[in-house]
Design a protein around this ligand. Structure first.
Ligand code: WT7
Length: 615
């Protein structure tokens, strides 16, 4: 498969080495290749004039098409710009841009010269961006003057300026102009992207990279207050991206693939950019929300662009289901062959709606389970092969060996009809190789808890047919609208507010977004406290805004409950499980499970009381 999906400059000598005990996984050892060559140059002899990117912007009439030849020229110019700014093999480059052609050129340009791109989701706040820049000491940032969301501009360049205030290691900010707008421009650091690349040559040599050289890093949330810089390497990641894209979306020549995920997430990396471009496909860059300007936006695009495979999230489906079916029925969706779902469990009702209304009971619906760390899909049906069951991610992809572990003993549950921790027992090409500058954390989070297994952090049920049903995270990660957010990250944002001393954050079920964020806050005990309490609602707003500025609007709490104390164990760990039970209306002792480790069992009554009062 490595030879089928990639062109190698030098063959690998060994397919795989390393193990989960040591966390030293390697694939296609000794091989040399280049990601950009595989995604762009090698297609030119046959496909120079084929469309590589279709840029579908917010307004339905804003569509731009870019051929492989045009993309190659822009990528080379961008790569030359990187070089002229002093970027070398192995250097990190931050990309804080909306999903747009210039962002894709920059990603590919990095890989062309062996630099490591670090795409930061454009919905993250200045503060969240700053944290990520500091962690990997990035010298260069590519941004856009602004992005557009539901017709409103979000001033990304301004956020960059705020993020890098007093960071002395930032040398250059390259600013792509999405549309004309007035910007603060700092001559010493800032450069306009379009102007700068215009001066560069349209040819650029390709760096031969080792199979195990880092290809990119991408920050994701875990159980700590700090996001983790997940590292993927070149050979293994690309083999798996190409192969999974081919099999799962049943790729055929002239297909038009549309994955609506933002490039700030792994889904955008693997199934908007790398998978499709490796196969020489046409990929749609979708910078549009499903309900703007109308709730027909998705179906209109499928009809207009004749999209053949379409990939979205359960949240979007659940939202669109709340509007009239006529909005879907009136469009011609006959070009579709495969429709996909990713990011969180899809409930059977949403699955059936998507299957019937959008897939017209004719398309395969692939519910694909994977993670930032897995690099590509690991559980999925294959079109035309796997009998489907609404709500199940069905079976493992080739080369993946999932297991269900008993959480208390760590034993592998070999029978069917079992529920437990979802783990994987042997390595696959695109597994993350490390966490940037923290290999110890990588070992602790994924491999040391149950020796010999990669721990996903999710629980799952395996039914009598051996099908997997992913139930959700068992760690302190919350999935809101398919976005992964750490409880501790929100908690640390809340306690950075001058009135809040302690906070505990949990996710509870939400009809459309999968989970809703609920925060419990303990206020500072000062003389002004009584006064503060009079205006709890404005305090709630101010705390929520703190979360938005520290992290992102996607982490905005749905509910804030003020309490005198949090349920903690004697060792000081917050028992979030108790908070979750109380929020969903549980009140009796049996509902809380084992509470013997609670430092002060009387807090439970106060919590129940406050949740009732503050509803
Ligand atoms: C977490 C990973 C790479 C996909 C985008 C999110 C949840 C993902 C499914 C699915 C049930 C799913 C899991 C996983 N998840 N896909 N098909 N069914 N749950 O990537 O941000 O790294 O989040 O998303 O909880 O651990 P991510």
């Amino acid at each position: 498969m490595a030879k089928k999906y990639l062109t190698w400059f030098k063959n690998y000598q060994k397919i795989q080495s390393g193990n989960f005990e040591k966390g030293n996984i390697e694939w296609f050892i000794g091989g040399k290749l280049n990601a950009c060559f595989n995604c762009v140059d090698r297609h030119l002899p046959k496909k120079a004039n084929q469309i590589a990117l279709i840029y579908e912007q917010e307004e339905p009439d804003q569509t731009e098409k870019i051929t492989y030849q045009e993309m190659k020229e822009k990528v080379c110019q961008t790569a030359n710009l990187l070089k002229s700014l002093g970027v070398k093999k192995g250097d990190p480059v931050a990309i804080y841009m909306p999903t747009c052609p210039a962002a894709i050129y920059t990603m590919l340009a990095c890989t062309r010269i062996g630099a490591i791109h670090n795409v930061v989701f454009g919905g993250f706040s200045a503060n969240a961006l700053r944290e990520r820049l500091i962690d990997c000491k990035t010298r260069i940032i590519f941004t856009s003057n602004h992005s557009i969301r539901k017709g409103r501009r979000i001033f990304l360049k301004k956020m960059v300026d705020e993020a890098i205030k007093d960071l002395d290691f930032i040398d250059h900010v390259v600013v792509h102009k999405l549309t004309e707008s007035e910007e603060d421009f700092h001559e010493e650091k800032d450069k306009w992207y379009e102007e700068s690349i215009a001066k560069e040559s349209k040819e650029c040599l390709i760096e031969e990279m080792d199979s195990e050289s880092p290809l990119f890093m991408l920050y994701t949330s875990g159980s700590t207050g700090q996001p983790k810089g997940i590292i993927h390497t070149t050979g293994g990641y690309l083999v798996y991206a190409g192969m999974t894209f081919d099999y799962i979306f049943d790729y055929r020549e002239n297909d038009i693939h549309c994955c609506v995920a933002n490039i700030g997430w792994i889904t955008g990396h693997t199934y908007t950019v790398y998978g499709p471009l490796l196969l020489g496909a046409t990929t749609v860059l979708y910078e549009a929300v499903p309900i703007y300007p109308t709730v027909e936006r998705y179906w209109q695009s499928i009809d207009k662009l004749k999209i053949t495979s379409f990939y979205t999230s359960p949240t979007a489906i659940r939202l669109l289901m709340t509007f009239s079916d006529q909005n879907v029925i009136k469009y011609d969706l006959s070009s579709l062959r495969v429709i996909g779902s990713v990011g969180e469990p899809i409930n059977p009702e949403a699955w059936l709606w998507y299957y019937k209304l959008v897939g017209r009971e004719r398309c395969t619906l692939v519910d694909t389970y994977w993670q930032t760390e897995t690099g590509g899909v690991v559980l999925t049906p294959l079109p035309g092969v796997t009998p489907l069951k609404p709500g199940s991610t069905t079976l493992p992809f080739f080369g993946i060996s999932p297991v269900i572990l008993d959480p208390s003993t760590g034993n592998v549950l070999t029978e069917n009809n079992v529920t437990g921790l979802l783990a994987i027992s042997s390595s696959w090409p695109s597994i993350a190789r490390t966490i940037y500058s923290n290999h110890k954390q990588y070992l602790n989070v994924y491999f040391n808890q149950y020796k010999g297994f990669y721990l996903t952090g999710d629980s799952a049920f395996r039914d009598s047919d051996g099908y997997y049903w992913v139930l959700g995270r068992i760690d302190d990660v919350i999935t809101v609208s398919g976005h992964r957010i750490g409880s501790m990250e929100i908690e640390s944002a809340l306690v950075s507010h001058s009135h809040c001393v302690e906070a505990a954050v949990v996710g509870i079920p939400h009809e459309i977004r999968g989970q809703a964020i609920c925060a419990f806050c303990v206020l500072k005990d000062d003389p002004k406290k009584e006064e503060q309490k009079k205006d709890l609602d404005s305090l709630r707003i101010s705390l929520s805004n703190q979360v938005a500025t520290q992290i992102s609007r996607i982490a905005f709490p749905d509910q804030i409950v003020f309490v005198n104390a949090l349920p903690k164990t004697r060792s000081g760990k917050i028992m979030r499980r108790i908070l979750r039970s109380i929020l969903i209306g549980k009140t009796s002792q049996q509902d809380f499970g084992d509470t013997s480790t609670l430092l002060d069992p009387s807090v439970i009554d106060e919590l129940i009381e406050q949740v009732k009062l503050q509803k």
